[in-house]
Design a protein around this ligand. Structure first.
Ligand SMILES: C[S@@+](CC[C@H](N)C(=O)[O-])C[C@H]1O[C@@H](n2cnc3c(N)ncnc32)[C@H](O)[C@@H]1O
Length: 291
């Protein structure tokens, strides 16, 4: 008897939370995500979107996508649920020292040039699309190492993302030990604290470095060009790949307006600006200097 009840529960669960997204619902959502956040939703992403959104239906105890869309597009949904929806829709893959040649280039070329030739005393960096914080904290480690050898300088890092979920992780700065296994021991000892309970296998970025990074939720699609640039370096890596060309141009135009003359723009290794009219010149692949 108990078993058959369990089976019924499982069947009901499956019926409720494995509900399907119709083609019409997918199109409506896809258009909305594309127009508001710039993220492409081609037909092959339907199953991915459906399965990620099922988590939201479950959390809200809603048993079909029609009701979910009605809620999402209601005034309350547009202020609250849209944030949670983007948390599950965005792809947040990242790593410490991802595409490590960028950090080598910073130490050997960009930072010496900025601080010596251009006499920058306080290096300001923006990590746009920072995910769970590995990128801005890698920047903080790199700058901290540079500062140790050139103690006249200081730095600050601004990091932004659309997803509140990843930003929460970034602000807490607590990671599984596994995530830092490739980082040289000397840097691990300097910049990470191990959890007192060693069985937990967690590490936390030291407070001094955490205090150098400020996080904010920013939708890159809502950026507009600024009059006065204040950043010496902007990282926008592995974010643009999700956007179409026109959106990439719009975002990059605004990001470039934030970079001081002679400052740097870093893109992901599979991203290119060929054919886009932007005020930058290439220095090495995926790294550009603002004209
Ligand atoms: C693949 S991760 C890249 C993280 C990091 N830059 C790196 O290269 O390791 C892309 C990030 O871009 C964010 N993103 C996507 N669309 C965005 C938008 N419209 N505005 C701001 N951030 C966005 C995602 O939430 C995600 O965390």
């Amino acid at each position: 008897m108990e078993n058959s009840n369990n089976n019924n529960d499982i069947n009901n669960y499956n019926k409720i939370f494995k509900t399907e997204l119709t083609q019409g619902e997918f199109n409506k959502l896809g258009q909305f995500i594309m127009s508001e956040y710039g993220i492409k939703m081609p037909p092959e992403k339907k199953i991915m979107l459906q399965s990620r959104l099922q988590k939201r239906l479950k959390a809200l105890a809603i048993d079909n996508f029609k009701d979910y869309l009605d809620y999402l597009f209601s005034p309350h949904g547009m202020s609250e649920e849209v944030i949670h929806m983007m948390d599950v829709v965005s792809t947040n893959k990242t790593d410490f020292f991802r595409e490590s040649t960028h950090f080598d280039f910073m130490l050997s070329e960009a930072l010496p040039r900025l601080t010596k030739d251009l006499s920058v005393k306080n290096v300001k960096i923006w990590s746009a699309g920072c995910s769970s914080g590995e990128e801005p904290y890698t920047l903080a480690i790199t700058l901290s190492e540079f500062k140790e050898a050139n103690n006249q300088i200081d730095f600050s890092i601004f990091a932004s993302d659309i997803s509140t979920l990843v930003l929460k992780t970034a602000i807490n700065a607590i990671y599984n030990e596994e995530r830092i296994k490739e980082i040289p021991l000397v840097l691990k000892k300097k910049y990470f604290l191990r959890s007192k309970n060693h069985e937990e296998k967690k590490v936390r970025i030291i407070a001094h470095l955490r205090n150098k990074v400020e996080f904010a939720r920013i939708n890159l699609l809502e950026l507009t060009p600024v009059r006065e640039a204040k950043y010496h370096i902007v990282f926008c890596r592995n974010v643009l790949i999700y956007f179409d060309r026109a959106t990439q141009l719009k975002i990059l135009t605004s990001l470039c307006s934030n970079i001081v003359k002679g400052g740097y723009l870093f893109l992901g290794h599979s991203e290119s600006i060929t054919g886009l009219d932007l005020p930058v010149a290439p220095v090495v692949p995926t790294v550009f200097i603002k004209n």
